[in-house]
Write a protein that binds this ligand. Sequence first.
Ligand SMILES: *[C@@H]1O[C@H](CO)[C@@H](O)[C@H](O)[C@H]1NC(C)=O
Ligand SMILES: *[C@@H]1O[C@H](CO)[C@@H](O)[C@H](O)[C@H]1NC(C)=O
Ligand SMILES: *[C@@H]1O[C@H](CO)[C@@H](O)[C@H](O)[C@H]1NC(C)=O
Ligand SMILES: *[C@@H]1O[C@H](CO)[C@@H](O)[C@H](O)[C@H]1NC(C)=O
Ligand SMILES: *[C@@H]1O[C@H](CO)[C@@H](O)[C@H](O)[C@H]1NC(C)=O
Ligand SMILES: *[C@@H]1O[C@H](CO)[C@@H](O)[C@H](O)[C@H]1NC(C)=O
Ligand SMILES: *[C@@H]1O[C@H](CO)[C@@H](O)[C@H](O)[C@H]1NC(C)=O
Ligand SMILES: *[C@@H]1O[C@H](CO)[C@@H](O)[C@H](O)[C@H]1NC(C)=O
Length: 283
Amino acid sequence: MAKFLALFTKITVLIALLHQSIASESLQRCRRDTTCVLTPEVTEGPYYWNTTLMRQNISEDRDGIPLRIQILVNDINTCTPIADAAVTMWHCDAGGIYSHYIQASQNVQNPQKDNSTFLRGILLTDANGLVTFDTIYPGWYIGRSIHIHVKVHLGGTYLNETSYYSGAKYVHTGQLFFNDSFSDLVNEQTPYTNHTGSRTLNSQDGIYASTKGYTLMAVQYANSSSGFSGGLTTTVTLAVQGLSSANTTTVASTTDGSQESTTSNSLTSSCGGHTGGRPFWFW
Ligand SMILES: *[C@@H]1O[C@H](CO)[C@@H](O)[C@H](O)[C@H]1NC(C)=O
Ligand SMILES: *[C@@H]1O[C@H](CO)[C@@H](O)[C@H](O)[C@H]1NC(C)=O
Ligand SMILES: *[C@@H]1O[C@H](CO)[C@@H](O)[C@H](O)[C@H]1NC(C)=O
Ligand SMILES: *[C@@H]1O[C@H](CO)[C@@H](O)[C@H](O)[C@H]1NC(C)=O
Ligand SMILES: *[C@@H]1O[C@H](CO)[C@@H](O)[C@H](O)[C@H]1NC(C)=O
Ligand SMILES: *[C@@H]1O[C@H](CO)[C@@H](O)[C@H](O)[C@H]1NC(C)=O
Ligand SMILES: *[C@@H]1O[C@H](CO)[C@@H](O)[C@H](O)[C@H]1NC(C)=O
Ligand SMILES: *[C@@H]1O[C@H](CO)[C@@H](O)[C@H](O)[C@H]1NC(C)=O
């Protein structure tokens, strides 16, 4: 009996060690492979608007340095690109103003909403899971570092501009960030120089902290020999729960309420995204 107990203990310890080593290996693998780490959910903020503007170029009349952003939407569980994902983007102009909320973003008392639509748009990913938006480098406003808002909906059907995109499930609300050293250079260019006051850095922004840097984008000159005048390019991956495993809320369309909940995708830890997939010891 004692012998059996000793053997049992040894085996238990061995299994525990094995689990520990595999778990840590899986953690490391997860960290290396950031595109298969669930992109952290962060607040939608007060400036979302459920428009139906399906378009690549969201710049309209806004002055600023042209920026092309390519976004890859990946399924966290299969680690493969998702086609026909609806990616919604919105951000402020060089002076920190959001369309539809021009008064609110200038701190006007009792602000009225307006019908301007600059720097907002929606695109469906292609077969490779990619969308490309043409916009301008965002400005900033008091209390936040420079960022771009995004939402991802899956499983909807696009009919036309009237009936739009229905039957979708919401899987992601997030924010994209820029390297502050690069933003320093941008803010030396017109019209960004027009903005007075003190800019909040990523290191001072609690929302940036909660993204753990997963959506920090590396920006490049589109044409290295022409600097800012040639425009900028960047890419980012949004890794979301696929339709099969998503803890999602069914919504009528991407035009659902202007204060859509951000809590339905509650997994926010970097490697917790795999909980819907295989158990860790299979890794
Ligand atoms: C986007 O639209 C703006 C304004 O209509 C235009 O000036 C700009 O060249 C367009 N960007 C691209 C990449 O086509
Ligand atoms: C915005 O458009 C809506 C719908 O057409 C209209 O009811 C509203 O008065 C408009 N708001 C402004 C400020 O023009
Ligand atoms: C859009 O699709 C709906 C549903 O099929 C249809 O009723 C409507 O007439 C279409 N609108 C346009 C502008 O094609
Ligand atoms: C931002 O860019 C600078 C200059 O290229 C680089 O030294 C720094 O490490 C970058 N910061 C982050 C957080 O990536
Ligand atoms: C520059 O700032 C002033 C004062 O805030 C504003 O009236 C003007 O429209 C701004 N110009 C540009 C190009 O943003
Ligand atoms: C890149 O910029 C240089 C310098 O302005 C210009 O001569 C060249 O034609 C540009 N290349 C492209 C591909 O636009
Ligand atoms: C946007 O949401 C509001 C509030 O829920 C709703 O009344 C409106 O119809 C939606 N707009 C569109 C274009 O669907
Ligand atoms: C799904 O999300 C909701 C809202 O955050 C949460 O209450 C619920 O526990 C989640 N369900 C699962 C299975 O994770």
